[in-house]
Design a binder for this molecule. Structure first.
Ligand code: MN
Length: 453
């Protein structure tokens, strides 16, 4: 079996939030997970990492700590490694429709040789989970049917697994997980709200006055756009703007997020050998947790964390002089697009959420930050040389009169640009929104906000 074709065929990823099946690299320590899955039938899924996927068994009665019990374990299709983090609901009518809770996870040790033992039909392994520990055996007897047995060791006992009825990740019961969505919308009258497993405190706090937007509205907004936003922010070092007291209150630009347990961390030493800790968002939880910590605007690097020195997303911020008419700005944006086309660079458009537009240019070739910066600068200079009455590459305000300032300077290592779908923390809750090129003439830079998106 050992591939994800079956897994992908069984699921409609437009409908379910389960991860798409992609094979990943196996890490040194092999991981396992047990998910309590209340679908048509109640069962527990045991998944063992092997060769970049999760070998999977559905165990109707769940594992037993008692070596006398032989629990039926039905081998099912391999699951992608990322499935080990999945907790939530699968829509009714979809494959496996129901509720999935992370019941246990940890590392395991292969006590034989899995590649041979799989064929023989006897797998021996030691689990180092929070709930399941010690030696276990899986024995194949016919078709897809195996038996899961606890070996006799110091972790064997007569306890019933049902005493563990809460998620090891979010401490929620099955009921709380399945009610999660409706709860987020209904609970505003109570003290706290839950969005995507994260408790939002002070949900009713007003962050924007006109239109009125609460902290919970912002959490629900990011929950709603997470799927579209994550491809742009995931695994990129980021900074955020916090505004705990709402419009008019203090704003903090934040780079260090040691209090958020859901983030990835990257340690970087500068030329002087000084250590700096940077952080990156890995999933929706990381994003929502930041909202809980009052971060409402997100800025990301032009490179990803696993390839920090190869920038892959260039951004030109087209910032018009305050008196420049919008049709002149739009013509300028189109002229820059023409140049990029001549340079055989594809590019995407987003609103700034303020006065300008941003052009995003994916860079597929591996280039250094130095080269990357030179290219961005050159683009701005070519436009300026072509028509210095319309464009400037000079950051000084007094050089901008009636012109479009092409801000290329975000394209250096350590600099950030505002992420697509991020809120902007001005007076109104506007959004930096990706739009298609044919919408340029009809969409103003501040058109989209949290209420009309
Ligand atoms: Mn299942």
């Amino acid at each position: 079996m050992n591939n994800l074709k079956k897994y992908n065929e069984k699921r409609n990823f437009n409908k379910t939030k389960e991860p798409k099946g992609k094979k990943e690299k196996t890490e040194k320590k092999l991981r396992f997970v047990v998910q309590h899955h209340l679908a048509r039938r109640d069962h527990y899924d045991l998944r063992l990492e092997y060769n970049g996927v999760l070998l999977s068994w559905a165990v109707p009665k769940g594992p037993s700590f008692n070596p006398e019990d032989k629990r039926l374990a039905v081998r099912v299709e391999d699951h992608p490694l990322s499935y080990r983090n999945f907790e939530g609901t699968i829509p009714k009518g979809e494959y496996g429709g129901g509720t999935v809770m992370l019941w246990d996870k940890g590392c395991y040790q292969d006590e034989g040789n899995f590649s041979q033992d799989l064929k023989k039909g006897v797998l021996k392994f030691t689990l180092k989970g929070k709930r399941l520990k010690g030696k276990w055996t899986l024995i194949h007897f016919k078709e897809d049917n195996w038996l899961l047995i606890k070996e006799n060791d110091e972790f064997a006992n007569l306890e019933n697994i049902t005493k563990f009825n809460k998620s090891i990740k979010t401490n929620r019961t099955m009921k709380e997980i399945s009610e999660n969505k409706t709860k987020a919308k209904l609970i505003t009258s109570k003290k706290d709200a839950i969005v995507c497993g994260i408790k939002i405190t002070n949900p009713d706090k007003v962050i924007f006055n006109n239109p009125k937007v609460t902290k919970l509205d912002i959490a629900l907004y990011y929950h709603k756009v997470a799927k579209k936003m994550l491809p742009f922010i995931k695994n990129r070092l980021f900074s955020a703007v916090r505004m705990p007291d709402g419009v008019g209150g203090e704003k903090f630009f934040k780079k260090h997020f040691e209090t958020n347990p859901y983030l990835g961390k990257k340690i970087i030493f500068n030329e002087k050998g000084q250590r700096n800790d940077y952080y990156y968002i890995k999933d929706e939880q990381g994003l929502i947790y930041e909202v809980q910590m009052n971060s409402y605007e997100f800025h990301v690097w032009g490179s990803k964390v696993d390839n920090l020195n190869s920038p892959d997303l260039m951004v030109l911020d087209l910032d018009p002089d305050k008196n420049l008419r919008i049709n002149k700005l739009r013509t300028g944006v189109k002229d820059i697009k023409k140049l990029l086309k001549q340079l055989k660079l594809s590019c995407y458009l987003k609103t700034s959420g303020n006065k300008g537009y941003h052009i995003m240019i994916p860079i597929k070739e591996k280039i250094s930050w130095k080269k990357f910066r030179e290219i961005a600068k050159k683009i701005a200079e070519i436009m300026e040389n072509e028509d210095a009455t319309r464009f400037t590459s000079n950051i000084r305000i007094n050089s901008r009169k009636d012109k479009i300032f092409i801000d290329w300077q975000r394209n250096i290592k350590g600099a950030t640009f505002v992420a697509p779908y991020s809120l902007r923390l001005k007076d109104k809750p506007t959004i930096s929104m990706p739009i298609s090129w044919n919408k340029l003439d009809s969409v103003k830079p501040d058109k989209f906000n949290i209420k009309n998106i």
